[in-house]
Ligand binder design. Structure first.
Ligand code: APR
Ligand code: PHB
Length: 389
């Protein structure tokens, strides 16, 4: 078998890039480890910058988004009992779209199927070969036999736990990492959201977030200890603790219900540099992850897709390799800005176990400055809605 661009991983990043390339007449083949049901069963938040929604439109996969997405024109920050709203739209002219990642993935699969482009599910043992040579290929088990797929380029879109990043020799890559000394305990409930927009809450007891997918589906998060397990938290304990961390008038309106799911996510940042080795290009979570505080998960994949799609189009369209050569540097420059923002939001809003009195005063003054300064709010807003590519 042969294709022009092999894509490892059929998550949102792999599928979006595949569709953009397909629309340019570039041949793609997506190899996914698991079943489609399993991919679509992953429920993850979707807070989308305009850049992401524009890429979905370019891919011809935005019908569901247009019909079903929510729009947030602002967000609220609570500091104990005091709250203030950051008006994203007034400060930047932009909003963010709220549309679940499984919906995005489902829409992308539908468009890819309709185009008759190949996606192979349940591919095991994906292994890349001759990445810095003239005849690169991937081998994998599928349909009960070993297969070989030759390609011009391979894109690692296989998420944080995927294998492609490790294909860059150890002496040719650096993995920068920051692990925060806490996690987020999240629950999903079929209850009306307590606020219309996200409310990020800083309190002496730790961070809390009131979020929502849509009118009848809410998500709430609590900063928790890394040693906590999901079973340490009953629903009653969760609601009681949430009520202590959010402003009391908001807690008074909270409608509680059984959790549909409950999970703990550690907070960490990771960046793999460079994002390219020979014929391999990394994209999305395969190359970098951010803590969820800035709502940047999928948006960091979008900037990679933008640069890579542009670079591959220039190569196939005009034989111009400059943008491919520049891909890693361009993608990383934007990734680091997003890392900085996610780190800043995390620093601002959480209780840190080792926080000294000095650190605490700095955090207080950062919060006061943000509340009182339009310049500071504009900085938050332009990062939250997404920096230009
Ligand atoms: N072979 C083939 N596919 C693989 C392999 C493998 N060895 N390992 C992992 N995959 C697949 C996974 O099954 C998954 O479907 O790669 C896909 C990766 O998808 P995601 O983890 O969703 O990553 P990505 O597409 O980069 O999407 C960005 O990152 O920050 C988060 O919340 C954000 O989910 C969003 C995502
Ligand atoms: C969510 O909807 O789950 C969500 C929203 C905003 C964040 C993180 C998660 O910053």
């Amino acid at each position: 078998m042969r294709t022009q661009v092999a894509i490892i991983g059929g998550g949102p990043a792999g599928l979006l890039l595949a569709q953009l390339l397909h629309n340019q007449g570039i041949e793609t083949c997506v190899l996914e480890r698991t079943t489609r049901e399993e991919v679509l069963g992953r429920v993850r938040a979707g807070v989308l910058e305009t850049g992401f929604t524009e890429l979905l439109a370019q891919a011809g996969a935005d019908a569901g988004l247009k019909a079903g997405a929510g729009r947030h024109a602002g967000l609220t920050i609570a500091d104990g009992e005091n709250t203030f709203r950051v008006d994203l739209e007034a400060l930047t002219g932009k909003t963010v779209a709220i549309y679940g990642q499984s919906d995005i993935t489902r829409d992308l699969y539908a468009v890819r199927d309709a185009a008759g482009a190949p996606t192979l599910h349940e591919c095991a043992g994906v292994k890349l070969h001759d990445l810095d040579g003239d005849t690169p290929f991937v081998t994998f088990l599928h349909g009960g036999k070993m297969n070989r797929l030759d390609f011009d380029f391979v894109i690692g879109c296989d998420g944080f736990r995927g294998p492609t990043r490790q294909e860059i020799p150890e002496d040719a890559r650096v993995e920068h990492e920051k692990i925060y000394p806490f996690g987020w305990l999240g629950i999903l409930t079929e209850t009306p959201p307590v606020t219309d927009e996200f409310m990020y809450c800083r309190s002496d007891r730790g961070f809390a977030l009131c979020a929502m997918q849509h009118d009848g589906l809410s998500r709430y998060y609590l900063q928790c200890r890394l040693s906590d397990g999901v079973d340490d938290w009953t629903d009653e304990m969760f609601w009681a603790e949430l009520s202590r961390r959010i402003p009391s008038d908001v807690a008074g309106r909270l409608e509680i219900g059984p959790s549909l799911s409950k999970y703990i996510a550690p907070l960490r940042s990771q960046v793999c540099s460079p994002m390219r080795y020979g014929k391999l290009f990394l994209c999305g979570d395969a190359a970098h992850i951010v803590p969820p505080t800035g709502a940047k998960g999928l948006n960091t994949a979008a900037s990679d897709i933008h640069y890579l799609h542009e670079a591959l189009s220039a190569w196939y369209g005009k034989g111009d390799a400059d943008a491919l050569e520049a891909y890693s540097d361009r993608a990383l420059a934007r990734i680091w800005k997003t890392q900085r923002f996610s780190w800043w939001m995390t620093q601002l809003l959480h209780r840190f176990p080792e926080q000294s009195g000095f650190d605490r005063h700095l955090q207080d003054s950062e919060m006061d400055y943000l509340r009182d300064s339009t310049a500071a709010q504009t900085t938050l807003a332009e990062n939250y809605v997404g920096l230009p590519y």
